[in-house]
Ligand binder design. Sequence first.
Ligand SMILES: [Zn+2]
Length: 222
Amino acid sequence: MSLCKKCGNRLKDGALYCNKCGSKIETDLQIPDMSLKESLEFVKTLQAKYTEIKDLESEVGDCENKLSHPLVHGRTATDPFRYFWKFLLASGIAVVVCFVLWLATCVNFYSTFPWPEALTIFYAIIPPGIFIFGLIYSIRASRADYDGLVEHTNQELQDRADLRKKYRELESRLADCKSELMKLDSSIPEKYRNYHSMTKIKYLLESGKASDLESAITCLNK
Ligand SMILES: [Zn+2]
């Protein structure tokens, strides 16, 4: 007994067209003779393959989606003056404050303070001190920012390279899986080459409504 390759309908001997789906019969399908146990094993194997392919396809899609996002590195260039402005402002304020204090000192204490020159020098040192401290601090901080940016960029490029590698691996695994599946399920009608039909066939076999794969497919086709 042979079955239509497309829909699984039983074909009359020498039929040129399937009387159910109307497809032309070039090569009819011979479902391999299998015992009930073998049929069940076969169905379970196919189910596992369909699941594996579905999972791989979703992983491949995931990778494609991630790869389609542009890289963000280089967008956040560091501003070398980011820290410096604050210190420039602070030293400006210090100039004013120290000048006022110095004037006050001149008026009130100059006559009594033992080393007035020392006070003048003290007030004169504070603003440039803040300025120099700020300059050194901002250079170091900018440098750290830059190093961080370089590291971030390298990390991103590395991640992207890893992702591409993973994508290629997944794609080749998917292709292998599909060709393995083709060897397996080419012996059953196209209509039933899916997980859902396998579940139905499994039910027919397990419940005793069909004794092997061929009779299960015939049952489904009724
Ligand atoms: Zn048909």
